[in-house]
Design a protein around this ligand. Structure first.
Ligand SMILES: Cc1cc2nc3c(=O)[nH]c(=O)nc-3n(C[C@H](O)[C@H](O)[C@H](O)COP(=O)(O)O)c2cc1C
Length: 184
């Protein structure tokens, strides 16, 4: 049992979901987190939203999926994050995040997470042609320098159907668990 559980408050995980082929399986990550007694809120990119079964995810987490900024005065739909997992992380969002671009709610949360010291892991799901782009390698390097932990998925062959069977959703939890803030 973690310190957080001892104090009666579960760790709160934000899962940022981007528009990559495996996004529809994000329920697997939510299940892994809930099995460790974490609470979960999902933030989708606007494109990522189209890959998800929103009703199933909202019923699994108990929270609305967020994908756009709230209006001023609207209450915050999610508690603050203790830890963040970006899974799957696209080529697009990785490059924009590293460059400090904040034109989606998901990127806004990620760009601020660095300054707020929130432990963050990214599980990229890209193909080898995307991974070969010099900007992508620079972006990963930049994110690692910022303290972002990066998952071990090796890019799949382009136009070959992807590698969903070897995408390790639970890796996000394994990487974040030792970095949970200790509550006193
Ligand atoms: C069916 C489909 C599958 C895709 N799979 C991937 C993928 O696995 N990885 C990736 O980086 N982009 C993938 N893309 C491209 C992204 O969806 C696109 O770059 C999008 O702008 C990403 O937006 P986001 O980063 O805001 O989620 C896919 C697009 C489609 C239509």
């Amino acid at each position: 049992m973690t310190e957080s559980n001892v104090q009666g408050k579960k760790p709160f995980l934000y899962v940022v979901v981007c528009a990559a082929g495996v996004a529809g399986d994000v329920g697997k990550l939510i299940t892994h987190a809930q099995e460790r007694n974490w609470d979960v809120g999902v933030i989708a990119t606007p494109q990522g939203l189209g890959f998800l079964d929103a009703e199933a995810i909202e019923s699994q987490t108990g929270y609305p999926i967020r994908y756009a900024w709230r209006t001023p005065g609207e209450t915050r739909p999610l508690p603050p994050a203790d830890v963040i997992a970006v899974a799957p992380a696209t080529f697009n969002t990785i490059n924009k995040w590293a460059a400090g671009i904040s034109d989606t709610l998901a990127l806004g949360i990620l760009c601020e997470a660095y300054g707020m010291g929130i432990p963050t892991v990214a599980l990229p799901y890209v193909n080898a042609a995307q991974a070969a782009h010099p900007a992508y390698q620079r972006s990963l390097e930049q994110l690692r320098e910022m303290g972002v932990l990066v998952g071990s998925y090796e890019p799949h062959r382009p136009k070959a159907g992807g590698g969903a069977d070897r995408f390790r959703w639970a890796e996000a939890i394994d990487i974040l668990e030792p970095r949970l803030p200790q509550r006193t």
